[in-house]
Design a protein around this ligand. Structure first.
Ligand code: TYM
Length: 329
């Protein structure tokens, strides 16, 4: 049975980008894979976080994973900082990473703006920690959205580098990026990725937005004045993004959607996009509110941390031994 690993940062309530690009695809994989899904809180603190808000977001993300269909009987769901092997393996990965390759990461370049005196060094060393997350579990496949491609290439390189330098113990993982929904764009600026940290709330749909709010946000999404529902990313980025969202929510193909709105304006189309999003999110929200304050959630996370620690510590011991760290007994 192949092993799956993926992680999401608890840095705000997830957007439909996170859901359609990543989380949605985690669910069916549980049936015939060994899955680890992680709340990567140590990644979230690479930028300043409010202590209480972070704690709330961690719990909220755990509840969202479960509400979306993660089954703790089949999957190990856990919080990164509760499994210390991650930062230990992260250090090992940092030791074999080069500053040059880390500085070339586009996410680092995007986030590390301004004076270097005020940029946290963890923004630079974030990808080796992500590699550690994945490599600790002999992961075969990592399902992620399109924006993680470069981090995944680095992870593969680091695994190969470690295996060549020390001992052939790490599995080189493959990345799995969905055909539809891998890059959901902002509703207000469709040339930018939809992001939970966008300062303009109208740019993203949160997984916990009420139906009314979702309809409002979709209706005010930036499109164009042509009135033709056609997929053309370059010339019609707003409309194309809405087509992608509808397609990822309903499973309909782009062609089917284009045909359905031939000769109609954007009014019906936008209403249907909003309805499609609401029908995906409504049942998730209902389960979310049942779970968020439950003791069951804590039991699941305790159990997940135990199971993940067991597997991760085994690999960490092997990696330390391969490098000559500590004593052999
Ligand atoms: P994060 O928390 O930014 O995003 C979580 C997942 O959501 C995907 N995603 C999107 N997909 C489509 N459209 C969007 N607009 C969109 N925004 C986000 C991301 O690609 C991701 O799959 N570095 C990772 C977290 C991480 C990780 C890992 C992932 C840490 N360790 C190990 C996989 C394996 C991140 O910042 O994701």
């Amino acid at each position: 049975m192949k092993t799956i690993f993926s992680g999401i940062q608890p840095s705000g309530t997830l957007t439909i980008g996170n859901y359609l690009g990543a989380m949605q695809h985690f669910i069916p994989l549980q049936e015939d894979h060994h899955c680890y899904y992680c709340i990567v809180d140590e990644h979230a603190v690479t930028v300043p976080q409010d202590r209480l808000e972070l704690r709330r977001n961690i719990r909220s993300l755990a509840a969202l994973y479960l509400a979306s269909g993660i089954d703790p009987e089949k999957t190990t769901l856990f919080i990164q900082s509760e499994v210390p092997a991650h930062t230990q393996m992260g250090w090992i990965m940092q030791c074999i990473s080069y500053i040059g390759e880390l500085e070339r990461m586009t996410q680092f370049k995007d986030k590390a703006t301004g004076s270097k005196e005020a940029v946290s060094s963890s923004l630079l060393t974030y990808p080796p920690l992500m590699a550690a997350d994945i490599l600790l579990y002999k992961t075969d496949i990592v399902p992620v959205g399109d924006d993680q491609k470069q981090h995944m290439e680095l992870t593969r390189n680091l695994a190969q580098r470690f295996n060549n330098k020390f001992n052939d113990i790490l599995t080189v993982p493959d990345v799995s990026i969905p055909k539809s929904g891998a890059r959901i764009m902002s509703l207000q600026d469709p040339t930018k990725k939809m992001s939970k940290s966008d300062s303009n709330e109208k740019g993203f749909i949160s997984m916990l937005d009420e139906p009314k709010k979702i309809v409002k946000k979709v209706k005010s999404a930036v499109t164009d004045s042509e009135g033709i529902v056609k997929f053309d990313k370059e010339n019609k980025p707003g409309v194309s993004n809405l087509i992608t969202i509808q397609s990822a929510c309903t499973g309909k193909s782009v062609e089917e959607i284009e045909t359905a709105y031939e000769g109609k304006g954007y009014g019906d189309f936008k209403q249907d996009v909003a309805d499609a999003v609401v029908s995906v999110l409504e049942p998730i929200q209902k389960r979310y509110y049942e779970l968020i304050d439950s003791e069951k959630l804590d039991e699941i996370l305790d159990d997940g941390a135990d199971k993940a620690s067991f597997a991760a510590n085994k690999m960490l011991r092997k990696a330390k031994k391969a490098m000559g760290l500590g004593r052999v007994r």
